[in-house]
Design a protein around this ligand. Structure first.
Ligand SMILES: [Zn+2]
Length: 155
């Protein structure tokens, strides 16, 4: 069992996907949150920053916790911009389907499948080709440099 939920049992919701699963390929974790890569070939570099405890809204966090989480989101955004050079970054905190606090950091390109809609919207470009992937090891090392290495997971 991964430590991100093993030590958080008292705050775990057994019906919640993000309490039961990492939510993507685990790239980095701290005690409070983790960073995962989403398996979506059309959007390489698509990451989620997930608060480890089962919390619904940003305003359920203390002011300090909100700042830590947003600092992580911005650090991940910076790494994605450096590695993937997207035309735009989309930040999204929805949670309508999975009400466990998490942020999506999504690289977008003007010729991607859904541009200019959100990636959950209508497909505008059926011919969009999948972009080159960058390995999880490269992404994880860049995140370690951006977020600090003390709590890094080893891949
Ligand atoms: Zn949860």
């Amino acid at each position: 069992m991964s430590q991100f939920y093993a030590h958080r049992n008292k705050e775990k919701n057994t019906a919640c996907e993000l309490c039961a699963q990492p939510g993507g390929a685990l790239l980095w974790q701290a005690a409070e949150y983790r960073v995962v890569r989403v398996d979506e070939p059309h959007y390489p570099g698509f990451c989620r920053v997930i608060w480890n405890a089962h919390v619904r809204e940003m305003t359920d966090l203390s002011p300090d916790q909100r700042q830590w989480l947003m600092a992580a989101v911005f650090a991940v955004e910076t790494v994605i911009r450096q590695l993937f050079a997207p035309d735009k970054i989309n930040l999204a905190c929805l949670g309508n389907m999975t009400p466990h606090l998490h942020w999506h950091i999504i690289p977008r390109w003007a010729d991607d499948r859904h541009f200019p809609e959100p990636i959950w919207g209508r497909v505008h470009n059926e011919q969009a080709i999948a972009r080159p992937q960058i390995g999880d090891d490269v992404l994880a090392r860049a995140l370690q440099r951006a977020l600090g290495s003390a709590s890094a997971v080893s891949l």
